[in-house]
Structure formats: structure tokens, C-alpha cells
Design a protein around this ligand. Structure first.
Ligand code: MTE
Length: 310
């Protein structure tokens, strides 16, 4: 197992933060905080609770323009193409309930506003690498998944977490494509879910998360291909059964359960060695674990017999 000793990038924060976010950055620096962000005033206008930027995870690349992130999407419930943003905006975002169930001590049903109020919000600038070889860098607002785990208390017998997307036929035309195994279901091991990088996303660019990006709530594990990041979640289930996930069910020879980013393991139909940045179109080398090996490589040291990379 290849374990990265240091981050494979080395850009100072000043080269990462775009002009539009520098104001918030200066403000936080002036406060002497170790975390940067847009600050409470801006957050309140947006409907998001105050969230400071956590600088522990420098993305090493320039933040992708918001317009590109919010208009080029994968959300098959709204169509199997990238221009689903207008259709997705028809999906009501309130009221919204997320059930946390299965092998936990305290199953819960959260209204989204309740979750926003009670979870420790922060902003993280994370890279996202789609299995289709495009990539982006986004300032997400949300909370570490482990905070939710601490509330519901998984039983020691729970081994996996399963994430399920809403099924709303009246606004999701893609559901009529009945050959897809709806609902969109994703999952990971408990250890992966408890990793500090695993993040529940409720906002982007200092605003509530737009429906096309998975509003009001989606998951994100930045070291895995983007298809692992279930959008518009309604159920989070703790179980001892490994789920067969959406793409795995559809094309098991191309997509698996683990889906960790690896430049050396190619998709059967294209290379994974390079990635194209949304917005600039720049081509860059793909990084092992999408550059997050320092945080996650240890999760896989005893799993050499698993198909970890597709
Ligand atoms: N979640 C659902 N419910 N439906 C989807 O089609 N697509 C996935 C993932 N989550 C998808 C989903 C894929 S393939 C990617 S790359 C990311 O969402 C894209 O997220 P974005 O549109 O915010 O870039």
C-alpha cells in the first residue's frame, strides 16, 4: 500500500483563494482565527448558520467558478445529461426530512432546519473528482459526518452506512428511465464514514446548497469518485450488510463499492491519469486518493483483496 507522507501539493493559501473570497478571509484573519470564512453576517443572509472556513484541508487548486459548478451536473433523477439545473430547481427544498435509522442506539428523524441548527457548521474547500475525468474545487458548507454519528450512536455490530436519495416522481423526469435501479443508493464502511474528511454538505459558495448540486443535503468524501456522493438525501441507514450501490448494480464491471481515486487504475473505457478542471478546461494529473492519502490511506491497509479503485 502506497502511503503518502505529505500533501502532494504545495500552494500557499493566497494562491488558492479567489478575489471574491478574500474579504471574508481578511476578516477572519483580523479576528485572529485559525479558520477562515465569509463570517456570520453573510451566512445569516444566505439562510445558512455561521460557518468559518476550516483551513486544515487546503485544496491546492483554484476554486472553480460557482457558475460552472451549478450548471454542469450529474443528477440522473433529472436526466442523463449535464444540463439538469433548471429541472432540479423544481424540487422543493423545504420542508425536508432526513431519517437516520437501522443499527443505531438513537434513531432520529431530522427536519433540515433542525440539522442546520444543531450540527457544528464549517466551510471546507474540497476537490471533487468525477469518475468521468472532470474535476472541480468547491467551498462547501456543512458538518463532519462523525458529528451525526455521535448523536445517533451506531451499534458496534453496524459495519456500513447507506445513503439514499429522495424519490420525487412529480419533479424528477429521470425516474421514468426505469432501467436505472432507483432510488439512488450509495454507501461506505463505518470506518470511512467516521473519517474526518467525510462531510455532509448543506451549502456551497456561502449559500444554501442548490438543488442541482444535491440540496438541501448531500454527502461528500473527497478521496472517492464523485458518484459516491449521494445527493438530496432522505435516509441514512446503519447496517451490517454491504449495500450494492446504484452504479455497481447497473454496471458492476465498471463501477464498484470502494471507488477510491487512482490515476493508475483506468476505467475500462477511458484513462484516469488526467483530469479536466471545470471552468478553465485545464488538464491536470489525477492524484492517488484525489490527493487526500495523508488522511485516508490507512483505512485500506488490510484490504488488498478488495477492488479498491473502481
Ligand atoms: N446523486 C444522485 N442522487 N444522483 C446522481 O445522478 N451523480 C453523482 C453524484 N451524486 C448523482 C448523485 C455523480 S456521478 C457525481 S460526479 C456527483 O454527484 C456530481 O455532483 P455535482 O453535480 O454537484 O458536480
Amino acid at each position: 500500500m502506497h502511503i503518502l507522507k505529505s500533501r502532494p501539493w504545495n500552494l500557499p493559501e493566497s494562491q488558492v483563494t479567489p478575489e471574491s473570497l478574500v474579504f471574508g478571509r481578511r476578516k477572519a484573519l483580523a479576528l485572529g482565527a485559525g479558520m477562515l470564512g465569509a463570517g456570520p453576517a453573510m451566512a445569516q443572509q444566505s439562510g445558512l448558520p455561521p460557518a468559518m472556513r476550516n483551513t486544515r484541508y487546503p485544496p491546492g487548486r483554484t476554486i472553480t467558478p460557482e457558475h460552472d459548478v451549478t450548471t454542469y451536473n450529474n443528477f440522473y433523477e433529472f436526466g442523463s445529461h449535464k444540463t439538469i439545473s433548471a429541472a432540479a430547481r423544481r424540487m422543493p427544498q423545504r420542508p425536508w426530512t432526513v431519517k437516520v435509522e437501522g443499527m443505531v442506539e438513537s434513531p432520529r428523524e431530522y427536519g433540515i432546519e433542525d440539522l442546520l441548527r444543531r450540527m457544528p457548521m464549517e466551510e471546507r474547500v474540497y476537490r471533487l473528482r468525477c469518475v468521468e475525468a472532470w474535476a472541480m474545487v468547491v467551498p462547501w458548507t456543512g458538518f463532519q459526518f462523525s458529528a451525526l454519528m455521535a448523536e445517533v450512536k451506531p451499534l458496534s455490530s453496524a459495519r456500513y452506512v447507506v445513503f439514499q436519495t429522495a424519490v420525487l416522481p412529480s419533479v424528477m423526469p429521470g425516474l421514468r428511465q426505469t432501467w436505472y435501479p432507483w432510488p439512488y443508493t450509495e454507501g461506505c464502511t463505518i470506518a470511512e464514514a467516521a473519517n474526518e474528511l467525510s462531510f455532509m454538505v448543506v451549502g456551497a459558495y456561502g449559500k444554501l446548497l442548490p438543488p442541482q448540486n444535491g440540496g438541501p443535503i448531500r454527502f461528500h468524501q473527497p478521496w472517492k469518485y464523485g458518484f459516491k456522493a449521494g445527493k438530496s438525501l432522505v435516509t441514512i441507514r446503519f447496517t451490517n450488510q454491504r449495500p450494492v450501490t446504484f452504479w455497481e448494480k447497473l454496471q458492476p464491471q465498471e463501477y464498484g463499492f470502494w471507488a477510491n481515486v487512482n490515476p493508475a487504475v483506468h476505467h475500462p473505457r477511458w484513462s484516469q491519469a488526467q483530469e479536466r478542471m471545470l471552468g478553465t478546461g485545464e488538464t491536470m494529473p489525477t492524484l492517488l486518493f484525489n490527493g487526500y492519502g495523508e488522511f485516508v490511506a490507512d483505512l485500506y491497509t488490510n484490504l488488498q483483496n478488495e477492488r479498491l479503485w473502481a
